[in-house]
Design a protein around this ligand. Structure first.
Ligand code: FE2
Ligand code: FE2
Length: 150
């Protein structure tokens, strides 16, 4: 559990992202095993907050949560061979997610960096902000868990 303050912030941001975008659509796409992109993104955002609280570093929780919720906002089925054949998913989905997120939201530099760099070190440029490092780590933790649990 998060602190009451961050738990409330988390719920408020999740509900606003959910109502103002195609976020719900990501329920239809699977990330790993039986976990949808939607569930995965919520788990990554929550895990990111837990890491931030545990470490006690000063960060922007609002940007951390928004960036994490949108980090995989690419809105296609990445298991579809046709899609992967043209552009390897691992490298290109952060840019697809960023393009969709920029279409639907006014993003800050930190939020853009979170989305763009979350696959580091697969993509070569390292995260620039503490928030992006946290999401990069949380994404790997959640992905490993989803892959093992399936
Ligand atoms: Fe991703
Ligand atoms: Fe992810």
């Amino acid at each position: 559990m998060l602190s009451i303050k961050h738990e409330k912030l988390f719920r408020d941001i999740l509900s606003s992202v959910n109502t103002n975008s195609d976020f719900k659509m990501s329920r239809n796409f699977i990330q790993h095993g039986s976990t949808s992109i939607c569930t995965h993104s919520i788990m990554v955002a929550y895990q990111s907050c837990k890491i931030a609280e545990k470490s006690g570093v000063r960060i922007s929780y609002k940007e951390l949560i928004r960036g994490a919720l949108l980090h995989d906002y690419f809105l296609y089925d990445w298991h579809d061979k046709e899609h992967n054949h043209r552009r390897p998913h691992g490298f290109f989905h952060p840019l697809a997610a960023l393009a969709n997120a920029e279409r639907d939201f006014e993003l800050t530099d930190i939020e853009k960096d979170i989305i763009k760099k979350h696959m580091f070190p697969l993509t070569p440029v390292p995260p620039r902000y503490k928030e992006s490092w946290i999401v990069c780590l949380a994404d790997k933790m959640c992905s490993a868990k989803e892959t093992i649990i399936r």
